[in-house]
Write a protein that binds this ligand. Structure first.
Ligand SMILES: *Cc1c(COP(=O)(O)O)cnc(C)c1O
Length: 479
């Protein structure tokens, strides 16, 4: 399998060449040259693999179609080391929970940080350690987080040989639970840096350090952001596992509703569908930050400025532009790299938007790719959390509530009624306790392993929002 860029660079690259990279050199995102096709017989065999051998072996089957530069026995071992009941809470890894007639929740949030990003990041940690060991190299991951991504990265990389994590976060601005989750890690290769500033200051520092090419090369600076292909690939697996659990044979179809921000999660669903998984609809659920809902309704992709990006009670979906969206548009445009480059390069930079509403390719998009969308607001989240608790005795988090709300809305359409709908649960309620408390009048349950984490000793340094100071800190840690 070889990988190319969405912006026209067709230099073929292998999986391990792009594993440790972010963007392609031409500024595009990596995609496989073609999606491997999975027929009904293979899907039937995978059903057995999942039921009889488990999620890790299913992951191996899917990943091995995309990764041919890691020996099969090593890749299987990496999958088996990653997807264990100890780490993810159950033998099923991603069990389905029935809510109501034809509506299911797929639990993706029982990993170490209680959000779905663990599903991919835990594998990434093991892949990084393996590949760096093979090359005899080191990597220093520098990131900025306002919550979920940073903790998922730290829990994936803790104790890994050859990897250090430097994670900046805005001082005092994460929830107490999120701070405790990250700062209580005592691993020597994990460095928490609380920046005197806001999230944008953290991001500016990361950009400035990455733009200093000499420093970047000398200190092997890398990232683990959501555009990484390996992360997206790891997420493809749970669409297959969800399908297998909701159906009994390969003639059946299901739909998925995905609480979306950067379009990474639902893009993995797109890949699964392109491989031939019988998905009827991929439903993109947004919160008040509705860049994606607007696109799927109108064909206009209009990125927002920071002043127009709302701070909501589903904060992990508060995005102004969707960094993985370019992958889908590349496919939508018939894999026309020069047109994709034109839209996402010059045009977005100068006008902040592009318009495909008149393009026949956009008009076919819903039918060809199965995408539809909907949006949900703070009031919807509260009502949905309350309703799901009252009618089903299930407490959901705010992001999952956006998904359930939009899924229920979609299911009112007659043509959707007979198709089972799986909503992806992207976090556990304890992570967004204040809003859940507001909805239910009681605090959500806290998993036993997180009892009292706020009182644990903390490993964090306070630094000013100053690039030179952060660089000096990294130099000293690497010395
Ligand atoms: C990251 C995140 C999302 C959004 O996922 P994308 O892949 O960025 O679309 C939704 N919910 C939660 C809880 C998240 O952490």
């Amino acid at each position: 399998m070889q990988y190319i860029s969405t912006r026209g660079d067709n230099t073929p690259r292998k999986f391990c060449e792009i594993l440790l990279e972010g963007l392609a050199p031409d500024g595009g995102l990596y995609l496989p040259v073609a999606y491997p096709q999975v027929d009904a017989a293979t899907l039937g065999r995978w059903r057995k693999v999942y039921h009889e051998q488990g999620y890790a072996d299913l992951a191996f089957e899917i990943l091995s179609l995309y990764i041919d530069d890691i020996p099969a026995k090593d890749l299987r071992a990496l999958c088996q080391k990653t997807y264990t009941a100890e780490v993810f809470g159950t033998g099923e890894i991603v069990p389905l929970r029935h809510l109501e007639d034809g509506l299911w929740l797929e639990a993706l949030s029982n990993g170490p940080t209680l959000a779905f990003k663990d599903m991919a990041m835990q594998l990434l940690g093991n892949l990084f350690e393996y590949e760096l060991g093979r090359r005899g190299e080191e990597l220093n991951i520098l990131g900025a987080t306002s919550g979920d991504t940073g903790s998922a990265a730290e829990y994936a990389m803790r104790g890994k040989k050859g990897v250090r994590v430097f994670m900046t976060s805005p001082q005092g601005r994460m929830s107490p639970f999120q701070q405790a989750q990250m700062f209580s890690l005592q691993d020597e290769n994990i460095y928490n840096i609380a920046i005197e500033g806001v999230f944008d200051d953290c991001q500016d520092i990361v950009k400035a350090v990455s733009n200093d090419l000499a420093f970047k090369r000398k200190y092997k600076i890398g990232t683990v952001n959501s555009i990484n292909w390996a992360r997206l690939l790891a997420q493809v697996v749970y669409y297959f596992a969800g399908y297998i659990q909701a159906t009994t044979d390969e003639t059946q179809k299901v739909s998925f509703t995905v609480p979306s921000g950067n379009f990474g999660n639902v893009c993995a669903g797109h890949v699964a569908r392109m491989m031939g998984l019988p998905i009827a609809q991929l439903v993109v659920a947004t919160n008040e930050n509705d860049v994606l809902d607007e696109f799927f309704r109108t064909g206009i992709y209009r990125v927002r400025g920071s002043a127009d990006t709302h701070e909501t009670s589903s904060p992990s979906m508060d995005i102004s532009k969707a960094s993985n969206f370019e992958r889908f548009v590349f496919d939508l445009l018939g894999r026309d790299g020069s047109r994709t480059r034109e839209l996402f390069g010059p045009q977005l930079a100068s006008t902040g938007q592009f318009d495909l509403s008149a393009d026949p390719l956009f008009k076919e998009a819903a039918a060809r790719y199965g995408f539809i969308s909907g949006k949900s607001t703070h009031a919807d989240r509260l009502a949905t959390i309350r309703d799901t608790d009252k009618r089903h005795g299930v407490v959901i988090d705010t992001h999952t509530a956006d998904g359930v709300k939009v899924a229920q809305q979609v299911r009112k359409n007659a043509d959707q009624a007979g198709v089972p709908m799986i909503v992806l649960e992207t976090a556990l309620p304890i992570k967004f306790a204040a809003t859940v408390q507001q909805a239910l009048g009681r605090a959500p349950e806290r998993p036993a392993k997180f009892a009292g984490i706020e009182d644990l000793p903390r490993r964090v340094v306070d630094l000013p929002a100053d690039v030179a100071v952060v660089k000096a800190f990294i130099e000293k840690a690497c010395a």
